[in-house]
Unconditional design. Structure first.
Length: 182
């Protein structure tokens, strides 16, 4: 068995889009209905393997509220990231629509603080709350192409739809990039 790899993955997006719930669903197989805002950042460690290589991922779940104190801290939370996930909500509400509009803001914040070609994927969460036919995939696909995201996944932290696939594909990409850099 090869020596293990360790990656820091920053998970960002507006408040209440389901960042913490997605991480909890993937790492613990659980979903909690009550919303508790993340203050600052929460950390979750998860171990898996890719092609018999042990992989440890430390998810940094960063607060998404528009609070100047959190904004000032974010750049410190981003440091050392190997990859990132930007989460928005597909829920048809003012909050959901705003989270989609803010994707570029989150992307630019990452790039401003980290630069480089960090692997970033996009999660469109809460698909369990919408009619899948009502999702404007053309608009999302155009944004994914424009910002050169690694991929886009329609997820549900409640049902678990596409959650494992999304996280595992990012993990595979991180392992692939690390071999290229070695």
């Amino acid at each position: 068995m090869s020596e293990g790899l360790k990656f820091k993955v920053t998970v960002i997006g507006n408040g209440a889009v389901g960042k913490t719930s997605l991480i909890k669903k993937y790492t613990q197989g659980e979903f909690t209905k009550e919303y508790i805002a993340t203050l600052g950042a929460q950390f979750t460690t998860y171990s898996s393997s890719v092609n018999d290589v042990p992989v440890e991922i430390i998810f940094w779940d960063v607060a998404g509220q528009d609070n100047p104190a959190f904004s000032a801290l974010r750049k410190n939370f981003y440091k050392g990231s190997s990859g990132a996930i930007i989460v928005f909500s597909h829920e048809d509400s003012e909050h959901g629509n705003r989270s989609f509009q803010d994707i570029k803001k989150w992307f630019n914040d990452l790039k401003k603080n980290l630069g480089g070609s960090l692997p970033i994927i996009l999660f469109g969460n809460k698909i369990d709350l919408v009619d899948e036919g009502s999702i404007n995939t053309e608009q999302v696909d155009a944004l994914v192409k424009e910002l050169n995201f690694l991929g886009y996944y329609k997820t549900s932290a409640l049902s678990g739809a596409n959650v494992a696939d999304a996280f595992e594909n990012l993990t595979k990409k991180l392992v692939e990039v690390s071999k290229f850099l070695a």
